[in-house]
Design a protein around this ligand. Structure first.
Ligand SMILES: *Cc1c(COP(=O)(O)O)cnc(C)c1O
Length: 376
């Protein structure tokens, strides 16, 4: 594919990762379903082609996500977001001092805590929206792993400032961009070493598969990531890779619509008497609004609400009819969940907080469902 760097993400999402243009060639990529490949001259290449090392469908997907993140040849796809996380951890040797967001994705925190409990790494959890707190931790760190929009509090980290400070301190930065997607922010462009995505969420976008991806501009890290994938075996299925690429084609339009609806619902929820607080950086009153406006190209499509009558939160979730009570997010269907029902969720998350993943349904239909559930 020709150089895509001058194109906007809306275009890249559509044109990247397609077969070369030739008369009679397919317009859309196929699915390469094979475990092995006919030998090339093994003695010459020293490389025995096998389905754990490579797959043409991964390559199409990786070219597209890589182009969206500004590293066209730097993406590596994995079986899930957590397999991608394991690959990032494989880059952190024994003794690594890791600073991580306290409200990061709970399984990502669990991995870091388990490693710390085994004495492999030294872990410090910080509030990444508190820039001073992160800057204070960096002199004693080797790696910083964070989400720009935190889950489920939707605080906003000032990523450009943190990356600049990390660079000065010689700290490696990995950003989990699952909430922001490549559309709101490109962490590599502001100095992060790696960006990882749970493509399970917005990138694939239809709640029908799991897949993860890591992107880097550093050829040395890229080689190590690919080697870890081959040896640990956390490879994506070709069908999942193909579905993710198919989903990516519509990511910009889906996400634009989801963000617009999230903004509408955020304002209406903030005025509802049963709601004590709405967390959404798109609201002018939100503590993260200014940082988000300065550093992101939008405010995302996740919001969290806290109820005045805390114990009503579970009943509110149960009373919805369109919104589906389920974990996860980023699909075409709207989901909601009370996060503290999950035992590992930290105390910083209020008991009554309900996280909403805004889908593609009509905004008024979604609002009426929330309103009847709130009015009880
Ligand atoms: C879902 C998620 C993950 C894990 O991804 P899976 O695809 O479920 O393995 C990691 N980070 C964030 C922010 C997520 O939302």
């Amino acid at each position: 594919m020709a150089d895509l760097t001058h194109l906007s993400p809306e275009t890249v999402a559509v044109v990247a990762g397609r077969p070369a243009r030739a008369i009679g060639a397919p317009v859309s990529p196929g699915i390469e379903l094979t475990s092995t490949y006919v030998d090339s001259d093994v003695m010459v290449t020293g490389n025995i082609p096998y389905g754990r090392d490579r797959n043409a469908t991964w390559v199409d997907l990786e070219a597209t996500v890589g182009a969206l993140e500004g590293a066209p040849t730097g993406a590596v796809a994995y079986a899930s977001g957590m397999a991608a996380g394991a690959a990032v951890h494989s880059l952190m040797p024994r003794g690594t001092r890791l600073v991580m967001g306290v409200t990061s994705y709970n399984a990502m925190v669990a991995v870091a805590k388990d490693r710390a409990a085994r004495g492999e790494i030294d872990l410090t959890l910080v509030d990444v929206a508190d820039t001073e707190a992160v800057l204070g931790a960096l002199p004693h760190a080797d790696w910083l792993l964070l989400e720009t929009l935190t889950n489920p509090l939707l605080d906003v980290a000032d990523l450009p400032a943190l990356c600049a400070a990390a660079r000065t301190a010689g700290v490696m930065v990995a950003v989990d961009g699952t909430f922001t997607t490549p559309l709101l922010q490109n962490p590599l462009a502001v100095g992060a070493d790696l960006v990882l995505h749970s493509a399970t969420k917005y990138l694939a976008g239809h709640s029908d598969l799991l897949l993860g991806i890591v992107v880097t501009r550093d050829p040395n890290l890229l080689t190590r990531l690919r080697r870890h994938r081959t040896l640990a075996g956390g490879i994506p299925g070709a069908f999942e890779a193909w579905l993710t690429l198919r989903g990516l084609r519509t990511l910009p339009v889906r996400f634009e619509r989801q963000q617009r609806t999230a903004g509408i619902l955020g304002e209406r929820l903030a005025r509802h008497p049963a709601v004590s607080r709405v967390r959404y950086p798109g609201l002018a009153s939100d503590p993260g609004h200014d940082v988000a406006t300065r550093t992101l190209r939008g405010y995302g499509a996740m919001l969290s609400v806290e109820l005045r009558d805390g114990p009503q939160a579970d009943a509110f979730v149960r009373r919805t009819r369109l919104w589906v009570p389920a974990t996860s997010f980023g699909g075409v269907e709207s989901l909601l969940e009370r996060r503290r029902r999950i035992p590992s969720e930290p105390d910083s998350v209020p008991e009554s907080l309900v996280r909403l993943s805004v889908g593609l349904e009509d905004a008024d239909d979604l609002w009426r469902d929330l309103e009847q559930a709130l009015d009880g």
